[in-house]
Write a protein that binds this ligand. Sequence first.
Ligand code: HEC
Ligand code: HEC
Ligand code: HEC
Ligand code: HEC
Length: 485
Amino acid sequence: MTIESNRSEPKATDGRGWLSLPVWMGIAIAGLLVVVVVLLGLLAVSIMERRWEAQRPAMVVRPISQWEPDNAVWGENYPREYESYLQTRITNTKTKYGGADPRDYLTADPLQVLLFAGYGFSKDYRQARGHYYAVEDVAKTARIAKPFQAGTCWSCKSTDVPRLMDKMGVKEFYAANFHDLAGEVTHPIGCQDCHDPETLKLRITRPALREAFTAMGRDIDQATHQEMRSLVCSQCHVEYYFKTDAQAGLKNYLTFPWAKGTTLESMMAYYDGIEHKDYVHAISGTPIVKAQHPDYELYLTGVHAYRNVSCADCHMPYRTEGGVKYTDHHVQSPLLNIANSCAVCHRWSEDEIRTRVEGIQSKTEAAKLAAEDALVKAHFDVAAAAQAGATPEDLAGPRKLLRQGQFRWDFISASNGMGFHSPQESMRLLGEAANLAQQARIEAARLLATHGVTQPVAYPDVSTREKAWDVTQGFVQGQGVKLLP
Ligand code: HEC
Ligand code: HEC
Ligand code: HEC
Ligand code: HEC
């Protein structure tokens, strides 16, 4: 029987219904299927290869020694990561509240000069730039005092730190003089800080983070891969203080105040427990804890951490180049790279995303400024009560409220991102800061009244950075302006 005659048979009579096909067509379809399967297979292989390309340690051109601090040496093996890392040199990228621009906070917001009265931050306080500048920027800030400054200040600036800690010992490194180490610390934040040189796996190089986990009863070596994509950052982007304990032989030992947990309340309970203060406020005499940059702790309270989105997901998204997918090491504001960061998960337009972020940030800023206004007036009110004759015992109550209020404000003010990392927590803490400051003012007003002062306090003009500075200097030198009416 020929194919033709087969084909001429009526479908209804072959017992196979409408599915019956001529043999040549069956062969053609089978052939086509084979081709499709092969093509799909090739596609899958290609995807796997790309993924592998993104994850494998590249062909090692030159083995990297254990403590290699030089990013360029690592770069010979991993040119894409290195070249994107070098882009942290870019400094002209302003966003509404961030970007790699050394914005001068004190000129923009003179109230901060008063809030840090008697402390280095009232002299010089600028927005951070890219990782590439870490060594340069810390060496030139006016906050670094001579002749002695703790070696600890180098901890979060350089890939030379793990090497020096290995060589000198961790305690000895912290206890050393910053200026004596300057010749040894030359390479800015880089590969060594986050990677194992042999396997390129993410790793924790800073003992303070490891010790803070131990203090919380957790083992950092049990962290998941996704957690590590944030934990490498939390070696530096956290709240910390320098612990000195002569009995234990510790001097300026870098410590994260996490033994009771990472929320603001747990950290403050820790600080209160050891009566820690960074300075005594020059205007109100309040023992103040300066918040550093608790980016990780604030992030932990937000929806992205809750949903397991890591710092690297937003700040180090994937990039594709010549078909190769790799991690963008240009760590920067995600608003400068919305398409690769946020838009991977959020199907909103770039404009919508930016507007949403700026909306969150401008509300945070308004609450922040309101808290600052209340806190500054509270510092003056307490000083006025002292001028009226209130005793240190009388002032203990309002000072306690001020200490709590100022740390809540600073926790958000000093955190990067102007509230974006956790909008609700930011508003909660700024609201509490303002409330605590107003309670301090009520107590101060009562003290003033017992000393016969019922007129409003005569607040000085602090509308510019210079005027605010002069006022703080008066108090620093013990001749504060007269605040009583
Ligand atoms: C969901 C995305 C997202 C996650 C997750 C995230 N960030 Fe951010 N981060 C942002 C955005 C948005 C900004 C605001 C940038 C701006 O204002 O230009 C920001 C700002 C910053 C800034 C200041 C940058 C600048 O240019 O002002 C730092 C530093 C920072 N984040 C660190 C971290 C760290 C550390 C983590 C993890 C603990 C983290 N971020 C997690 C989105 C994220
Ligand atoms: C070894 C300490 C260290 C580690 C680890 C670290 N940072 Fe930083 N980061 C810094 C310092 C210090 C600066 C400020 C540098 C300057 O201003 O000179 C900074 C600045 C930044 C900025 C501001 C840059 C800009 O362009 O606005 C961002 C964003 C940032 N870091 C995010 C991250 C993220 C995300 C991680 C983890 C993937 C991380 N950092 C890991 C110490 C560190
Ligand atoms: C602040 C921390 C940090 C620094 C500094 C850093 N990396 Fe990475 N690197 C990461 C993270 C996070 C990933 C993503 C790892 C993952 O998810 O497995 C990564 C991934 C990689 C990978 C794997 C391939 C890829 O692109 O995803 C290589 C290779 C790499 N980095 C090389 C380098 C080199 C070279 C340097 C120095 C020039 C460097 N890294 C500096 C955090 C860092
Ligand atoms: C890896 C995925 C991922 C990335 C990247 C990401 N997000 Fe999200 N985002 C989420 C998830 C998940 C939620 C929670 C949504 C939910 O549970 O309904 C969320 C929630 C939000 C919300 C709502 C917050 C709230 O409290 O209601 C905003 C705003 C937001 N993201 C903005 C951003 C911005 C801006 C970026 C980039 C800087 C970004 N996201 C990057 C996954 C992501």
